[in-house]
Write a protein that binds this ligand. Structure first.
Ligand code: PGA
Ligand code: ZN
Length: 434
């Protein structure tokens, strides 16, 4: 029997990401004429256990070209998927995983595999004639996610100008996604005014947050509080702070080097520094406070503050269901960042999200620092009811495209649009929360 969602062609093309680097767009065609596209994003502060992208190396285009990965799509992936049912995402993804044969997807490339997996999902939703979020939800309840939005970039996204990678805000008093976005826009604009008035406005970092012209990490925190106030909000009661420390970028083996401040800390030293910030600033969420090779440090940090602050694992969990289950059992973190290209396929990403939810962890669907106009994560966050989303800052259209798509989805849902607010965060006891 010929199915209407039978794959008749898989095609890969080279497109370009927000850092001007080559990446892969896959196109999946079905026999009913439906087509889906997916573009692979790219990280700069990657966990060492993520899926590995296939890049050509050498000197051309900084070694980032993807010709070999595209050749793999044409020679191996297209013939393997032709004739399969695009609606059977789990079967498609299993075929891709087995075809690659490597635990980290390095043979065909995580970038080739994730682009094809996402393109298949879009093709199946197109064939079903419903928006992607609705296709993913399959009748289950959905909600618009609470956004974490970067105001200052840092770390690997800003030439290591400061050590902390993301200084973000969460509009915790917002009662709709649109309101959360408007409140964040006020903070972003206020932060820009403060940077300009103090002679520190020097453009933006990779994810669109202001370039961090600060003398210390803590000065960035102080300026963020000032921006929240200047925007007319009460820090901690209406708009709170979320940090991605991305500690694997400046530490390993229990030693952490704060380049900006020319000092080295051990695990306890970094824990104490961050716990002090959590006491003195209205911080409700901290991602990767310790490095990916420091599970004991993560456990200590979460034991100290995890009842009131969300502690997110990114590099430590790499969107892997088994790692998430272990981390939940070990008390290492209480929330999981969910990145499709860390896992490598849509099905493995969904399994990671379900594992986190089953363990009572918060879940945050996340973009990468190298992004494109691909809107998939906006739909995943709603359709999978993830509760939170992180896309970088409030400028550069590869970021704004996701916020704008979520506004469209919220409007499309009309009066039935629920907003996750703070409900999915493991910090209902936090004194600041409404
Ligand atoms: P990356 O970082 O996309 O550059 O790896 C994003 C993050 O650490 O959350
Ligand atoms: Zn991170």
């Amino acid at each position: 029997m010929i199915r209407s969602s039978e794959i008749v062609d898989v095609y890969g093309r080279r497109v370009w990401d927000s850092r001007g680097r080559p990446t892969i767009e896959a196109e999946v065609w079905l026999d009913d004429g439906s087509v889906g596209r997916g573009i692979a994003p790219a990280g700069a502060s990657r966990g060492r256990n993520e899926s590995v992208d296939k890049r050509d190396g050498g000197t051309r285009l900084g070694g980032h070209d993807v010709k070999e990965a595209l050749a793999g799509i044409a020679a191996e992936i297209m013939p393997a998927l032709t004739g399969m049912d695009a609606a059977e995402q789990a079967e498609i993804d299993e075929r891709l995983i087995n075809l690659d044969g490597m635990p980290n997807k390095s043979r065909l490339g995580g970038n080739a595999i994730v682009a094809v997996s996402i393109a298949t999902l879009h093709a199946a939703a197109a064939s079903a004639g419903v928006p992607l979020w609705q296709y993913l939800a399959d009748g289950a309840p959905v909600s618009l996610p609470m956004p974490e939005i970067q105001i200052f970039g840092g770390g690997a996204h800003a030439g290591r100008r400061i050590d902390i990678q993301d200084l973000m805000v969460m509009a915790i008093a917002a009662t709709s996604f649109e309101q959360a976005i408007e409140m964040t826009a006020e903070v972003y604009l206020a932060a820009g005014r403060i940077m300009a008035e103090t002679g520190r406005l020097q453009g933006v970092a990779d994810e669109g947050g202001y370039w961090p012209v600060f003398a210390s990490n803590e000065e960035a925190l102080e300026t963020l509080v000032k921006a929240i106030e200047a925007a007319g909000f009460v820090p901690g009661a209406e708009v709170a702070i979320s940090l991605d420390v991305a500690a694997s970028e400046f530490g390993a083996k229990g030693r952490y080097r704060l380049g900006l401040e020319s000092r080295e800390l051990d695990t306890d030293g970094l824990c104490d520094l961050l716990l002090g910030w959590c006491r003195r600033y209205p911080i409700v969420s901290v991602e990767d406070p310790l490095a990916e090779d420091d599970p004991e440090g993560l456990r200590r940090f979460t034991a100290a503050i995890g009842a009131t602050v969300q502690v997110i694992g990114d590099d430590f969990l790499v969107t892997d269901a088994a790692r998430i289950e272990q981390a939940a059992a070990g008390g290492h973190v209480n929330a999981a960042l969910i990145k499709v290209n860390q896992a490598g396929t849509v099905s493995e990403t969904g399994a990671a999200l379900r594992a986190a939810r089953a363990a009572g962890m918060g879940t945050i669907v996340s973009a990468r620092s190298g992004e494109t106009e691909d809107l998939t994560i906006a739909h995943l966050a709603v359709g999978w009811n993830a509760g939170q989303i992180k896309v970088g800052s409030f400028s550069r259209s590869e970021r704004m495209a996701k916020w704008n798509e979520l506004i469209r989805i919220e409007q499309g849902l009309g009066s039935s649009a629920a907003f996750a607010g703070c409900s999915w965060m493991p910090l209902r006891q936090h004194p600041a929360l409404p």
